[in-house]
Design a protein around this ligand. Structure first.
Ligand SMILES: *[C@@H]1O[C@H](CO)[C@@H](O)[C@H](O)[C@H]1NC(C)=O
Ligand SMILES: *[C@@H]1O[C@H](CO)[C@@H](O)[C@H](O)[C@H]1NC(C)=O
Ligand SMILES: *[C@@H]1O[C@H](CO)[C@@H](O)[C@H](O)[C@H]1NC(C)=O
Ligand SMILES: *[C@@H]1O[C@H](CO)[C@@H](O)[C@H](O)[C@H]1NC(C)=O
Ligand SMILES: *[C@@H]1O[C@H](CO)[C@@H](O)[C@H](O)[C@H]1NC(C)=O
Ligand SMILES: *[C@@H]1O[C@H](CO)[C@@H](O)[C@H](O)[C@H]1NC(C)=O
Length: 565
């Protein structure tokens, strides 16, 4: 959110000028398209000649029932370009080159050296988890009871839970097991105990705070709203400091014996926080939250199936799925998988104010969505100029499109047969928007693909529990790739991999500004150059650094409070 707010200011581009630019761009684009179509057909023949060797295997699935066996790349491209919306042709030329490169690489035994490893392993491995170490006495929780009803999706709720744990300790309060708010977006009635093992949570944190399952009887009848003990997000600034809680919440707690936080999204600052309180937050996130056996068992199935029944588990499976993990050991190279969180759902897409190549139809659809869900954004547009979508893109503020994602993966050197777990749901534009991805990397699976209908049935009405399956399967992957670092799931997953990964669990976190720069050259750049630039941009973002001040400990646990160095 912070990032989004920033962008409303500072840019001033006259709308007339941008309209003119747009018209010119459009004309240019039409010309370019025409020219490119010719080129693609030309090079199509070219590739057939050059690619005779690999053709048969690569295009097995698409050509077996096709009459145009001698024009395989056209067939591939047609598949990519299937559908009526113009965005299906975005990056046609580069996708084409990527398909070519993937076909060639298929028979090479080597992948780029660092592809499945942390390039800065030596530094990264000096950080070890130690948030489980305590030096204090348990708080008796005598100052009263804290209740919380956390809003948002499962990942926001996870953050809220660990923040409230810290607040309870700060105020010497007893925490009532958190509630989860029903949201019209996620439509999930799951409560804390449906997702996490509540007894484990209570016991694990016993040396820190007192947690109870229910408010004592005599307090249950209080009308919290009437006595002023209902505290909503309107009453607390974002990233509020501990001093706020001591000054305003503690007296309320002492007076009424109970305070109920409703919402509680992002309401505790990352800094400054006393050392041991910060450590408690980490302890909560990385140690105290164990998923229920129902979720663990099914997530273990997913991991197993992604690893094709490997006999051993990965580095941190046990932390996630507990008793359902296979014995620890080395997972064979060809059983590895990559998890991809493609954050390209309509809320993200609409909120970004970017364009994704879908023309007028897309524009209308997204605008309608904004009117319903983000009226504040449109209001902002009335008072200050929102930068053009080109500008946003150049600044790295647009989520990666599926086409850009597949180009990034191909550019990094992942082989065509790489097994990919696709996390997330409801890709904007539907399944067809994934054509480029599934065509170039056919071994792509979602949880729905991997589970039988009876296995997934118990989860179907519970989007948070489904999201937990994605969360676990992504964390356990050998490489995790995110497309938007602002996403809560991506950020929690990468933090978890840092915490338990021992510097061996790489995360691909694209620098979107640099990527935008590279993608701008889509019409001219050579594939080799593209590869080199992509690899450099991604590698740079894998550098190991300790948590910057003000950043989340859940995402950047490399700090003395959470990890020992
Ligand atoms: C909480 O308890 C500790 C230890 O008894 C005490 O030092 C601290 O001042 C208390 N804090 C509050 C806010 O009551
Ligand atoms: C994994 O095991 C299951 C059940 O034992 C079996 O049906 C499946 O074919 C196996 N998969 C692989 C890739 O070996
Ligand atoms: C923005 O301004 C237009 C008129 O210029 C008005 O119709 C619209 O309701 C305003 N939108 C918001 C969200 O304030
Ligand atoms: C913002 O306002 C400009 C002109 O007032 C308009 O062209 C543009 O479509 C608006 N953007 C959004 C996202 O509503
Ligand atoms: C999901 O909920 C709907 C209505 O709330 C119900 O009709 C349906 O049976 C439920 N499905 C499952 C799989 O529980
Ligand atoms: C592709 O390159 C052209 C310039 O050659 C540029 O105008 C266009 O914005 C690029 N496309 C994307 C989606 O970046």
């Amino acid at each position: 959110m912070k990032k989004r707010l920033k962008m409303g200011l500072g840019f001033k581009i006259g709308s007339n000028r941008s309209r003119l630019v747009f018209v010119i761009l459009l004309a240019f684009f039409i010309l370019m398209n025409f020219w490119m179509l010719n080129r693609i057909q030309d090079s199509g023949h070219h590739v057939v000649v050059k690619g005779l060797l690999f053709k048969s295997k690569l295009f097995k699935s698409t050509t077996s029932h096709s009459s145009q066996v001698n024009l395989p790349f056209q067939e591939e491209l047609r598949k990519i370009a299937k559908g009526k919306k113009p965005h299906k042709t975005a990056y046609k030329r580069l996708l084409y080159k990527a398909a070519h490169a993937l076909a060639e690489n298929q028979y090479k035994s080597t992948e780029p050296k660092d592809l499945w490893m942390e390039p800065y392993h030596a530094v990264a491995s000096t950080w070890q988890p130690c948030a489980d170490q305590r030096v204090w006495k348990p708080s008796e929780g005598n100052n009263g009871y804290i209740m919380v009803t956390a809003n948002g999706g499962i990942n926001q709720q996870r953050v809220a839970v660990c923040n409230i744990v810290a607040v309870a300790r700060l105020l010497n309060a007893t925490l009532v097991i958190p509630n989860f708010m029903f949201s019209s977006v996620w439509r999930d009635t799951s409560q804390f105990g449906d997702i996490y093992q509540d007894d484990y949570f209570i016991d694990y944190l016993k040396p820190d705070i007192r947690i109870v399952k229910e408010l004592p009887k005599e307090l249950q009848s209080l009308d919290l709203e009437a006595i002023g003990s209902m505290v909503t997000d309107v009453d607390i600034a974002k990233e509020a400091k501990p001093s706020f809680y001591l000054k305003f919440i503690l007296p309320l707690l002492m007076k009424n014996r109970v305070v109920h936080f409703v919402g509680f999204g992002n309401r505790l600052a990352s800094d400054p926080i006393p050392y041991h309180l910060q450590r408690l937050r980490c302890r909560c996130n990385f140690h105290a939250l164990q998923f229920t056996p129902k979720i663990q068992a099914t997530a273990a199935l997913l991991i197993q199936r992604m690893r094709q029944n490997a006999t051993h588990s990965g580095v941190l499976d046990e932390n996630l799925v507990g008793p359902f993990a296979k014995p620890k050991g080395k997972v064979k190279k060809d059983l590895r998988y990559l998890a991809l969180h493609l954050r390209f759902e309509i809320d993200m897409v609409a909120h970004s104010l970017c364009e994704f190549g879908g023309g007028e139809e897309e524009k209308k659809e997204l605008q309608a969505y904004r009117e319903i869900h983000f009226p504040g954004l449109l209001e902002l547009n009335n008072t200050s100029k929102i930068p053009s979508s080109e500008r946003l893109k150049a600044e790295g503020l647009c989520p990666l499109m599926p086409e850009e994602t597949v180009l990034m993966l191909a550019g990094l050197g992942f082989k065509r047969d790489t097994r990919i777990f696709l996390a997330g749901s409801h890709i904007y534009g539907g399944k067809s928007r994934l054509n480029a991805l599934t065509t170039l990397f056919p071994n792509m699976f979602t949880k729905e693909d991997l589970l039988s209908s009876s296995e997934i049935q118990p989860f179907l009405n519970y989007s948070s529990q489904l999201a937990a399956l994605d969360f676990i399967t992504s964390i356990a992957s050998d490489v995790f790739a995110m497309t938007d670092s602002g996403s809560q799931l991506s950020s929690l997953v990468s933090g978890y991999r840092v915490y338990y990964g021992g510097g061996k669990m790489p995360t691909i976190r694209p620098n979107k500004r640099r990527l935008a720069d590279i993608f701008m050259k889509n019409n001219t750049i050579e594939w080799k150059v593209f590869e080199t630039r992509i690899r450099k941009a991604v590698r740079q973002n894998k550098r190991v650094f300790s948590r910057p001040v003000g950043r989340s400990v859940y995402r950047y646990p490399r700090c003395n409070e959470c990890m020992c160095n």
